[in-house]
Design a protein around this ligand. Structure first.
Ligand code: PLP
Length: 393
């Protein structure tokens, strides 16, 4: 298979003309979204931006699955929004029950500890889902301010049973805090129905925007907790300020105007395709990638029954270090996938199936994988992965 031209032969080595961004975030940004970002700058409190912000919030509402929640939009990465969620709900010394079944659950625990909360982690083997009976048992043990869960664990491909956890909290004062940074807009989210109180996300994954925009949708149950005087000290991340600004149709501080324009455009694309179709496409493409990968000896890492539609995680095959595969795909094809930056480092490879992904992306991923796995010395039947995926598409 022809390799990508070497960097030196390309007119601008920093902007390669062959560059396939296939990470589980950030993801490729469609041209229409990039165009929206290139529009003239607007006054952040002027009528034009207010109209775009208001429309964007209404467009994102069905993606969150909330009819009436306030939806906060601000400049922040996903981690910024994770911290914002916790600093707004927990007071020093209060208990957080964190589901730790991957890198981002661990990050939630680390943030909670840094804030002085009493973090009680339910540690689950990576690749598996938490047992709801254990969540209930831990809830019954002690008063808990919030259960903290990652909807779609990008490190392992496990999807949490938010509806089940939400049911456990229905008649308790405990809040449900959820990170759907890598799930939202690629998989169903029914915030109101499932009883999610603080739902955070970032722009750079299934929402098809560049990184930098954070969103939080906050339930009525959560506001009295957020607004109490005994909460944590906070300023930029204070949802009370964001709420007051939201109620005036503004952002509390200077909003990232081009990113809101981008999100507005990407949400229009999502609604034009139809939300149900978007979810079905994610599931179909992720399933096809896994089937193709299985045909060339890549074993699915995720063991839980409820698996991601936005990221596929595979064991590194044949004694290879995952980093070798990641590097070979980049060097030969400028196909950019992820390994792991955690305890699975070297052991897995991860490929995003979120956002503006098409059938041809998946077939090309598999062709490139077949090629480099062969180069790295594995016995791979060329075409077997592509054929297995194509049979499903
Ligand atoms: N949560 C999840 C599930 C993620 O996948 C990520 C990033 O990959 C984050 C949080 C952190 O987001 P960021 O890198 O934008 O801070």
């Amino acid at each position: 298979m022809a390799a990508a031209p070497p960097a030196a032969s390309r007119p601008n080595a920093r902007q390669p003309d062959v560059y396939r961004l296939r990470l589980p975030g950030p993801t490729a940004v469609p041209e229409r979204v990039r165009d929206a970002m290139a529009r003239p700058m607007l006054a952040h409190r002027g009528p034009e931006f207010r109209a775009i912000l208001a429309e964007t919030i209404e467009l994102v509402r069905p993606v969150f699955g909330t009819r009436a929640n306030r939806i906060i939009v601000q400049a922040a990465s996903g981690t910024g929004m994770m911290e914002a969620a916790l600093v707004n709900v927990v007071a020093p010394g209060e208990r957080l029950l964190v589901v730790e079944n991957g890198q981002f659950g661990e990050r939630f625990s680390a943030i909670g500890k840094a804030l002085g909360a009493k973090v009680d982690a339910i540690v689950v083997p990576w690749g598996e889902a938490v047992d709801l009976g254990e969540v209930k048992r831990r809830l019954d043990e002690a008063e808990t301010r919030a259960v903290v869960v990652v909807h779609n664990e990008s490190a392992t491909g496990v999807v949490a049973d938010l509806a089940g956890i939400g049911r456990l909290l229905k008649d308790r004062p405990t809040l449900l805090v959820v990170d759907s940074v890598s799930g939202l807009a690629g998989m169903e989210m029914r915030q109101d129905e499932w009883g999610v109180d603080v739902l955070i996300t970032g722009s750079q994954k299934a929402l098809m925007c560049p990184p930098g925009l954070g969103l939080a949708s906050i339930s009525e149950k959560a506001w009295p907790v957020i607004a109490r005087d005994s909460g944590m000290p906070r300023f930029y991340m204070d949802f009370r300020r964001a709420r007051d600004a939201f109620d005036k149709g503004e952002t509390a501080f200077t909003g990232p105007v081009p990113l809101v324009q981008a999100l507005n455009a990407s949400l229009k694309m999502i609604h034009e395709e139809g939300l149900a179709n978007v979810y079905a496409r994610h599931a179909r493409l992720c399933g096809a990638l896994k089937a193709g990968a299985a045909a060339i000896g890549l074993e699915n890492f995720t063991r839980a029954a409820s698996q991601s539609a936005t990221v596929a995680v595979f064991h590194s095959p044949g004694g290879l270090d995952g980093g070798q595969i990641v590097r070979a795909l980049y060097d030969k094809h400028r196909t950019v996938i992820a390994g792991a930056r955690n305890k699975l480092s070297g052991k897995v490879i991860r490929i995003g199936t979120m956002g503006a992904v098409t059938e041809s992306d998946i077939l090309t991923d598999l062709a490139h994988l077949e090629d480099v796995l062969g180069d790295l010395g594995l016995k791979v039947k060329r075409g077997a992965g592509v054929a297995a995926a194509a049979a499903l598409l």
